[in-house]
Design a protein around this ligand. Structure first.
Ligand code: HSE
Length: 340
């Protein structure tokens, strides 16, 4: 086994960034023993709480305490207030990009990623904006710069949906993908079945860290549409934009609708669908009533699922966590462990 060392610099320190640091705190020694990969977090920068870098590695426990207090000023190291300047200066091998998602502009994350490529850094990200808007282009830019772009966490958090489609099913033609790709809405629909109100269930999803900063992106189906675009463009060779996805969210689903479906032996699920049709690829997101016997109907809470329909294997289904700090932090780790 060839030993490798990666100095990591992180942009953003919300629930995903903190989940990743918690994993490093618990696992870095074990990862080094097991895989021969030494990981050292040498810097973190945020737009709101400032940032800090230290070439000897940051104190992870102190960093997590600082995140709770939204203040990095007490940490040992060089302070920074500008993430872009931080990427330009930090001496690191990998940029861990987990700043907040903007599915309309993809910024500032896309610029952060490009700056890192320009400095010869690999990038791992869970940020849907850059991938949904510029995925294939960013991948080409990474190749041209001789670095890797890891983006497993953009769809189904750490559950390896993209890796399954791209790598494990390589050699099959992917004809369709159908899935529950948004944890917040699946959690809300599941809680509504247990009698909770829509508003109460949404509040709980926010408290548990599943929802986006602005949860209208979840309940309106934008988040699932962004993920459908990532699947379409990165696995089905399409060139869709989020606006191309025919999209309906769950805001129109009432407690009465949920009860009516239940009485009929059915469940509401927000289903994202990507389909190849000749040379064209289309994508949609819409709430659907599925019989409880349907495999996707049994997927409850923030859990996600995807079924790939392939030519050689038929249907292949993957079920697993779709949101949450540690679950998405794991996706970043899996991308780092896959680096050359
Ligand atoms: N808000 C997203 C969800 C987070 O609920 O699925 C993971 O992308």
């Amino acid at each position: 086994m060839q030993n490798r060392t990666y100095r990591l610099a992180m942009i953003g320190f919300g629930s995903v960034g903190q989940g990743f640091v918690q994993i490093l705190q618990r696992r870095a020694d074990w990862i080094n023993e097991r895989y021969g990969v030494a990981l050292s977090l040498v810097g973190v920068a945020t737009r709101r709480a400032g940032g800090v870098s230290n070439p000897d590695g940051l104190d992870l426990a102190a960093l997590l305490r600082a995140a709770e207090q939204h203040d990095m000023s007490q940490l040992d190291g060089t302070k920074t207030t500008d993430p872009q300047a931080f990427i330009n200066q930090v001496e690191a091998d990998v940029l861990v990009e987990v700043s907040s998602t903007d599915l309309d502009s993809g910024e500032p994350a896309t610029s952060y990623i490009r700056t890192a490529f320009g400095r010869g850094m690999h990038v791992v990200t869970a940020n849907k904006g850059p991938l949904a808007l510029h995925g294939p282009t960013l991948l080409q830019e990474a190749r041209a710069a001789g670095v890797q772009l890891g983006y497993e966490g953009t769809v189904m958090s750490g559950t390896p949906a993209l890796r399954l489609g791209w790598s494990d099913l390589a050699g099959c033609e992917l004809r369709e993908a159908r899935g529950i790709l948004n944890g917040t809405t699946n959690y809300i629909l599941t809680q509504m079945e247990s009698g909770l109100s829509y508003a109460g269930a949404l509040q709980e999803a926010q408290r548990l860290g599943y929802a986006e900063t602005d949860p209208t992106g979840d309940v309106g189906g934008h988040d699932a549409a962004g993920k459908a675009v990532i699947l379409a463009n990165m696995l089905f060779d399409a060139r869709l934009r989020p606006a191309d996805v025919q999209r309906t969210g769950i805001t129109g689903i009432t407690s009465d609708d949920v009860a009516e479906a239940r009485a009929a032996g059915e469940r509401w699920k927000l289903i994202a669908h990507v389909q190849r049709d000749g040379d064209a690829v289309t994508a949609s997101v819409q709430p659907m009533r599925l019989p409880v016997s349907h495999p996707l109907a049994g997927v409850g809470g923030a859990t996600n699922a995807i079924t790939f329909t392939t030519d050689l294997l038929g249907d292949v289904t993957l079920i697993g966590p779709g949101a949450g700090g540690v679950a998405t932090g794991f996706a970043l780790l899996s991308d780092i462990l896959a680096l050359p």
